[in-house]
Write a protein that binds this ligand. Structure first.
Ligand SMILES: C[S@@+](CC[C@H](N)C(=O)[O-])C[C@H]1O[C@@H](n2cnc3c(N)ncnc32)[C@H](O)[C@@H]1O
Length: 153
């Protein structure tokens, strides 16, 4: 499948399944404004994350790779009452943008953005006794994905 065809199919599903959403649209606009790369999950991918977390009845979610918090917002909206998302981001500028987006979406009380390389933050989370997690979304530096996956297991 070419990139063009992939994008066209994704766009088709986005229009069909993901109506416009003020907080998510604002997050993408703020990311653009801040010069963040447009490498967020797409709307259908965000909705899939949401559905997976809902199906799981997720109370504790870990995300590795926050960027501007677009996928974080989808995940946080799926939490059961009393739940939280911990999301890890290496770049302080990305994390700052994400915090603003998450606050605008009204989710700051249930999202904990941790700044620093995940390789360093993950052992700290373990030391704090965080986890186990009901959902772990790995979406950071791809070379480290096997390490993150091992940690997640
Ligand atoms: C693909 S983007 C995440 C997109 C986000 N999940 C979304 O869909 O909205 C990857 C993010 O991982 C961050 N990142 C890269 N290496 C990292 C590391 N070692 N630890 C934590 N975050 C990292 C990047 O700065 C970038 O913001």
């Amino acid at each position: 499948m070419t990139q063009e065809l992939w994008s066209a199919v994704d766009q088709y599903f986005a229009e069909l399944l993901t109506p416009r959403d003020a907080a998510l649209d604002a997050a993408l606009a703020a990311n653009r404004e801040a010069g963040l790369p447009a490498i967020d999950v797409s709307p259908p991918q965000g909705k899939l994350l949401y559905l997976l977390a809902r199906i799981q009845g997720a109370r504790d979610i870990l995300e590795i790779g926050t960027l501007g918090g677009y996928s974080t917002i989808w995940l946080a909206r799926a939490l059961t009452p009393g739940g939280r998302v911990i999301t890890l981001e290496a770049d302080p500028r990305h994390a700052e943008t994400a915090r603003a987006n998450i606050t605008r979406a009204g989710l700051e009380a249930v999202v904990d953005v941790r700044v620093g390389p995940a390789q360093e933050t993950l052992p700290k989370l373990a030391a704090e006794g965080c986890g186990p997690f009901d959902v772990i979304f790995i979406d950071a530096d791809k070379a480290s994905t096997p390490d993150y996956f091992t940690w997640a297991r």
